[in-house]
Design a protein around this ligand. Sequence first.
Ligand SMILES: Nc1ncnc2c1ncn2[C@@H]1O[C@H](COP(=O)(O)OP(=O)(O)OP(=O)(O)O)[C@@H](O)[C@H]1O
Length: 739
Amino acid sequence: MDMFKLLTRSSNIQKSAPAPKKSSSRQIPSDGFSGHPYQDSENGDAFFGNEKAKSRGTKRKRSGVEEKHDDELLGQLDFFRGGARSPVSSEKQAMDSEKGATTRKLDVQDAHITNPFIPDLSEEEGWRTLKRHKLKVTVLGDASGIQSSHHDEQKGTTSEPVGKKNAHPQISPQPLTSFIQLRSKYGISKKLAGNLDAQGYTEPSEVQMGSLPLLLGTDEDRGLISRRDKRSETEPRADIDLLTIAPTGSGKTLGFLIHVLQGLLESRKAQRETKADKRSEHRVQALIIAPTHELADQIVNEGRKLASGTGIKISGLRKGMRLHPELVGLKHGDTTQGVTDDTSGGHTHDFLVKTDIVVSTPLLFLHAISAKQSGAASLPDIRFLILDEADVLLDPLFREQTLGIWTACTNASLRTSLWSATIGSSIESLAQTFILDRRRNLGLTSSSISQHYIVRLVVGLKDSAIPNVAHRLVYAASEQGKLLALRQLLHPSGAPAAAIPSLQPPFLVFTQTIPRAIALHSELLYDIPFEAGGSSRIAVLHSNLSDSARANIMAGFRKGEIWILITTDLLSRGVDFRGLNGVVNYDIPNTGASYVHRVGRTGRQGREGGVAVTLYTKEDIPYVKNVANVIAASERAKEKHNVADNEGEGMQKWLLDALPNVSKKTRKEMKRKGVESRRATTEAAGGRGARKMRISTKSGYDRRLENKKKGVVDGSRKRLVQEEEGSRLEDEEWEGIDD
Ligand SMILES: Nc1ncnc2c1ncn2[C@@H]1O[C@H](COP(=O)(O)OP(=O)(O)OP(=O)(O)O)[C@@H](O)[C@H]1O
């Protein structure tokens, strides 16, 4: 596997690209780059410490040599670019990907010649493999018809409990142990298999090991029927709606993309075989909903790489775009013909061109299909609905929109799958109820078409933070304390503070609100030395920025041009920055789940070395136990995994015991609004509390300049007063000490 490919989400590395030299390992700081990117760790000088004059000179007269010096530095600090390649245009990347896919496709075929068949695991081995990888598959809701084999964990044997009905039986799908099986056992398209290989994916991750057999396999492979009850080929497979709960960075995206792409390729093949109307090609048949544009863009990008050369098109919706009713088979109310409303509000809209898969946020999608017609919209062509970060999509903020879209998907054989690192029990039962109600409303009974099951796959410890990240909960007392602590992270060679761990850029900084993110950005704007790129190295990203500004900042951060990105929970979900060294929760997250997702931006795919620093103040104490509990659970998992803890890292027991429990009511309020006083600073500015929580909106540099000026003015004023006082005393006659 080409590790460099795995470290660059959006760059395609050609096979022919020169292998990275050993000495270039510093290109990715967490790959052993022990120094600070702009500070000499030993003497605390700027990275260019001894070169200061030289680099200043560079600015004045940009000689070739000095320019090279700059470029070398940039090369070293290009965290996300990876390998020896420089960033290229997206078209070129797409072309390279096509080429790469074609060359590597042969390798995949070769692999099948030399290793055409990987035998299935026996039922016992299957159970053991699932257990070893901490995969638990359960049938929720109505599990009638499941001839569940029951695994006796103590004895390690499988028996079939006669006459004993388990409400939620655990099943044992045949684990996917190699991607080769995708082709040899599940018959995925050659092109898709080739693209997977070209992207450097060889071994399935745990979530893929469990989910792909459930999504692609026969009922036997899925463990829904015993191997002994082999069904005839013509019998339809059971329909499965899948809930997958797997850690952050575990590869869920690939899991659902492979399933959708293969599903569409199969139906296209069937259409061609039956010589169905060609016009039905490139109708939207799959819908992937994600909570943010950033995540949607990332899914489109990954999807395009996997779909390259297959003829399947995947597109992201943009603001103001419409989906032509014909493209989605859209109908409104009783209207049998989809009617275009391309001038709503006096605006003309861009229509999305032919595509098979649409990726969108819920609101954009609803806008894209909205029309003047009254009556509920229906999208009978959609056969795959993916809810990525499903718990957010079903949270009150997006719930109505998401359920609206889901209701509109009226196809009888719609496959829905929900994916997240955290799906709480209330969201799980909401989804379960909705799935059953929807089927009832559409008149679908399990026997009317085929058997239907709701299956839940849990990977690892449910709703917990990944164990390969070092968690630090740091008490900073006040807002000023937090600012100091953050500056310690930016300038680790300054006055030492034992509690502050070392964290090298690139990292993300999360705040509670947009105004706080903006204010913190202004405060830190000049904290990175000019010689190391200055203010261009630090940026702020939030939902009030335009789409293009957001995309540019994301691209800058991925390329390593931006080192510190201040943001809100907008970036806490799903986005994959492979070289990220850590996360700073400048403001504590509103919920335990939010903590899991924020810190999950680092340590992805089991990468070691990620650090999560959470700063808290006196005002946060009533709420911080939420976070402390998640950290404690992750530490316990670490102990189980025998992962060594560094000194000072983690959650001390005394602190966990000392922190007040958070009541259900407070937890609810906190989830809705965050720390109230922190909101007050922005919404109803004023008051002592508000001042205490304020982040100065002036940059530290400007304030220091101002303070300096003020100091000079005050100083000269003082001197003047002293001089006047002195001359007055000189003028006055000595009168001796009063009795
Ligand atoms: N089988 C695999 N082998 C190696 N790397 C993989 C594999 N599958 C996925 N990855 C890589 O793992 C990283 C994380 O994947 P992905 O973004 O899908 O995680 P996720 O589970 O969706 O995380 P989150 O919950 O944060 O959204 C990506 O960079 C992806 O390319």
